[in-house]
Design a binder for this molecule. Structure first.
Ligand code: F6P
Length: 367
């Protein structure tokens, strides 16, 4: 079927929520209805909606007034991989997984969806990629506050998360300087340090610890003590949830057994806070920003990027360019095969220009 033969599309948001999802839903739905004359079905809770056949027809009024709204009007799930779906739980809570791909294929056919727009990160794209062989057709749109998707140098949601984290770091500054403390602020990002690096630089953090550059605790303490010696009475440490010591392990907050990507990182700032206090006798406090980084109204740049991504997806559908992901590189919106981003993470190169800038400004990277 050529792209122009499309009559009905589905749209879903998968993985963790992020600011700008509604802006994409709005852009895709509005252009699909008014520009193309297609019907749009909003699939609820990511791939869970395709597994359970939960979707609703979206009209223009459903996407009116949602541009500035955080979260997703469709709901999302980061536990619904059709290839490995928890169909039930043993008494002790252990999930029992089954391949429920056939349900997804059946529901897409039953609902007459000619293609599905999937808005998500590497996990969502991997779910979509695994369904291509069954004849389903997708167009992917990259989202994540972690900014760690391959083939795209900027995902929407990232700019908002950087702003939120920067605001938090700015506020932490006041307590740090009033109480003469070492203040650690822990940010999300999984195995990628983009968010911490950007927010840390934006707020003038003294130490920035990212997963890509394992830290030496002696060097971190030295950075704090050097500031004390120079008469600076406080130190701000921006630390990624995925940061780890040289030769050591990441700190795991919890394991979500029914999630395809079960490990949730968190807590490294608390471990570091205790260790630095013990070694330097400086007073330390840790703040874990957590999900506040994913919430709230998208900043203008994210609204614009999300809208452009939505429009690009619509144009790809029109041209019949299926099973590809919208990408953004060097200021140009393009696309690449879904398989190229599935289950992969784009981490910070250790010699990235922002890392070099940090070092040039005297920021300790902990190594
Ligand atoms: O991928 C987005 C993200 O917010 C990560 O930065 C974080 O590690 C993870 O999701 C948290 O997941 P959950 O919402 O399941 O706790």
């Amino acid at each position: 079927m050529a792209g122009s033969d499309i009559k009905r599309i589905g749209i879903l948001t998968g993985g963790g929520d992020c600011p700008g999802l509604n802006a994409v839903i709005r852009a895709v739905t509005k252009t699909a209805i008014t520009d193309e004359g297609w019907e749009v079905y909003g699939i609820e809770d990511g791939f869970l909606g395709l597994i359970r056949n939960r979707m609703r027809k979206l009209e223009m009024e459903d996407v009116s007034n949602i541009l500035t709204l955080g979260g997703t009007i469709l709901g999302t799930s980061n536990k619904a991989n059709p290839k490995r779906f928890a169909v039930r739980y043993e008494e002790d809570g252990t999930p029992v997984f089954e391949d429920v791909t056939s349900r997804v294929v059946e529901h897409v056919k039953e609902r007459g969806l000619d293609a599905v727009v999937v808005i998500g990160g590497d996990g969502t794209m991997s779910c979509a990629a695994s369904l291509i062989e069954y004849g389903l057709r997708f167009v992917g749109i990259p989202k994540t506050i972690d900014n760690d998707l391959m083939q795209t140098e900027m995902t929407f949601g990232f700019a908002t998360a950087v702003q939120t984290a920067t605001d938090a770091l700015d506020r932490i500054h006041t307590t740090a300087s009033s109480h003469h403390r070492v203040m650690l602020v822990e940010m999300m990002g999984r195995n990628a340090g983009w968010l911490t690096l950007h927010a840390g630089m934006a707020s003038g953090a003294d130490v920035i610890l990212i997963p890509e550059i394992p830290f030496d605790i002696d060097k971190v303490c030295e950075a704090c003590m050097n500031r004390t010696k120079r008469g600076k009475k406080f130190t701000i440490i921006a630390v990624s949830e995925g940061a780890k010591p040289i030769g050591g392990e990441q700190v795991v907050d919890r394991v979500v057994h029914d999630s395809p990507d079960p490990v949730r990182l968190g807590g490294v700032s608390e471990v570091l806070s205790e260790e630095i206090a013990k070694r330097t006798r400086l007073e330390c406090r840790a703040t874990i920003l957590g999900h506040v980084q994913r919430g709230g109204t998208p900043v203008a740049a994210d609204r614009v990027l999300a809208t452009e991504f939505g429009l690009a997806a619509d144009r790809m559908l029109r041209k019949g360019k299926f099973n590809r992901l919208v990408t953004y590189k060097n200021g140009v919106i393009d696309d690449c095969p879904l398989e190229e981003v599935a289950d992969q993470q784009r981490t910070v190169p250790t010699h990235h220009r922002l890392v070099m800038a940090a070092r040039a400004l005297g920021v300790s990277m902990g190594d």
